[in-house]
Design a protein around this ligand. Structure first.
Ligand code: ADP
Ligand code: MG
Length: 527
């Protein structure tokens, strides 16, 4: 536009100047040519071919005006033909125009060395101007591109190319100003975090990208589509009377995701202005709905997990038990077969058979401890008394094995709500383990003390300790390192402590092991 105005201005200026300075060959012809030139500028957009005519008109106008100032008109024509992508062509046009200008100029001026040198100079001037324009144009374009890229980076998520969180908020605010019904949908991919942990970030990123693609397909008419941080996405779309359709599309989404991407999604959805009258209200409601759905899914999964964990435990126990009983049964069966061959005289194997049967009944007896109802005989009693009884019970066995039992009790009685028989059984199990762990002449220390509202019993031995690799298994049912062990002792201890609302832990080193049982104490002297 500016070029066209400048061109028109120069035509009129040169025309008047030429007439005033009486340079022109013919005033009338000059006015006619000038008018034609002006007209050609007016129509050049509508009739592109007119440009060729323009050059011819300019040439004649130049010659009739006899003014070198026409050079500006040539330059303006060159500038108008300038195109960034076709610099070579523009240079060619400019050289052509420069030659045209020079030859016309030479036709009415004297042929001196000076005019020839000026011609050469003009020629160079044309090319330099084209190249300079080119340089500035390219720089400007690059700057524009860079700016575009910068704004894109600041407003979009790099991975999915969707809007980012801040930009979504900004644009949603503007969208709501238009006073149309808008549906807002928040979507969360629930298993993505665990997938990231298991399969690495690349697969998580791949899924996020795919999610963005699927969303773009299903919500192709969305006004806004954003990665709402982490593995959350947001969609905003006009919801004139089509809420049903939106619901359908959400259902499609919920079905498509597990199929296409092997992940489940949760979502929350609310409509402006029906359910929320401002951006914040709308977002809050949507987030709330998303969270409710997420919670429901968590609860359902947890329930499922608990159920399968229980089943797993029962399975483990049953398998262990079957295995433990099968061994002595096989022995007994073997002896009975031999007995049949030797006319049923089981006399020589009586002891062995009886031993195996005793073991089976011991095992089943111990095993039953697990299934006994856990609240049976709970009373508030002092721990001191209970431990003293256990020490009395174990004394003879200690002497027999060559061990010593030492104890150290806090003087104030520590009362505990307990099933006394169970606590006795717990302590006997722990002391027996200690005896069995020590070779000869070992010492078992039993300590009892109170820490705040907790009573703690420690049973320490001078045995070889428990190897690191066994530590996380010793409470598992049937784990044993002994030839004739059942592996049930510690798991029963664990259950008893649990039934009393306490905890059991241990410290072990090659110099000995300490089991520590802690139970909540009751104030006062009991009931
Ligand atoms: P069991 O005594 O029948 O082997 P437990 O459940 O009582 O079964 O113990 C499991 C295992 O834990 C034992 O076989 C033993 O290896 C280890 N253990 C338990 N108590 C001690 C201890 N005081 N010192 C060393 N090892 C122990
Ligand atoms: Mg044991």
């Amino acid at each position: 536009m500016i070029l066209r105005i400048a061109f028109g201005f120069f035509v009129v200026f040169i025309l008047i100047s030429s007439v005033l300075m009486q340079k022109t060959v013919s005033v009338n012809l000059l006015i006619l040519l000038g008018s034609c030139l002006l007209l050609s500028i007016l129509f050049e957009n509508r009739i592109p071919r007119i440009r060729v005519l323009q050059i011819a008109l300019l040439g004649i106008f130049h010659w009739v005006s006899h003014l070198n100032w026409c050079i500006d008109l040539y330059l303006l024509l060159t500038a108008k033909t300038y195109q960034t992508r076709k610099v070579g062509r523009t240079v060619a046009v400019s050289v052509f125009l420069a030659l045209l200008y020079s030859s016309i100029r030479l036709s009415y001026s004297e042929h001196t060395l000076y005019t020839f040198l000026v011609t050469l100079f003009d020629l160079l001037g044309f090319v330099i101007i084209v190249l300079m324009v080119h340089y500035f144009q390219t720089a400007k374009r690059e700057k524009q591109l860079l700016q575009q890229e910068n704004t894109h980076l600041a407003t979009h998520d790099l991975l999915t190319e969707l809007l980012n969180f801040q930009e979504f908020h900004k644009q949603l605010q503007q969208l709501l100003k238009r006073k149309k019904r808008v549906a807002l949908l928040l979507i969360d991919c629930i298993d993505l975090k665990s997938m990231n942990n298991e399969q690495g970030f690349e697969s998580g990123d791949r899924i996020l990208k795919k999610t963005a693609e699927v969303l773009q397909q299903i919500f192709h008419d969305a006004r806004l589509l954003a990665r709402y941080g982490g593995d959350k996405f947001a969609v905003a779309l006009y919801a004139e009377d089509t809420s049903n359709q939106i619901q359908n599309r959400i259902e499609l989404l919920v079905n498509e995701f597990p199929k296409k991407l092997q992940i489940e999604i949760t979502y929350g959805y609310a409509v402006y202005p029906d359910e929320g009258e401002s951006k914040d209200e709308l977002l809050l409601l949507t987030e709330e709905r998303l969270f409710t759905m997420k919670r429901e899914i968590w609860l359902r999964r947890e329930e499922h997990m608990l159920r399968s964990e229980k089943l797993r435990l029962i399975g483990e126990l049953a398998a262990g038990m079957a295995h433990e009983i099968r061994n002595p049964l096989t022995t007994v069966r073997g002896f009975l077969q031999i007995a049949k061959e030797k006319n049923y005289n089981i006399e020589p194997w009586y002891e062995v058979i009886m031993g195996e049967i005793t073991r089976i009944s011991e095992l089943t007896g111990e095993f039953l401890q697990f299934s006994k109802p856990h609240v049976s005989n709970f009373k508030v009693q002092p721990l001191q008394e209970c431990i003293q009884r256990v020490i009395d019970l174990m004394k003879s066995e200690a002497v027999l094995l060559g061990h010593q039992i030492e104890h150290e009790f806090e003087l104030d009685p520590i009362y505990i709500l307990m099933d006394r028989d169970k606590i006795v059984q717990l302590l006997i199990n722990l002391i027996k383990n200690a005896f069995e762990a020590m070779e000869e002449n070992g010492v078992v220390f039993i300590r009892l003390y109170r820490v705040g509202s907790l009573g703690t019993i420690e049973i320490q031995d001078t045995g070889p300790g428990i190897p690191q690799e066994h530590l996380d298994q010793i409470f598992h049912p049937f784990f044993t390192t002994k030839k004739t062990g059942t592996g049930l002792g510690l798991s029963i201890c664990h259950k008893i402590v649990q039934d009393h609302g306490g905890t059991i832990d241990l410290e072990s080193s090659p110099k000995g092991t300490t089991f520590r049982v802690t139970c909540p104490a009751v104030h006062g002297s009991g009931m």
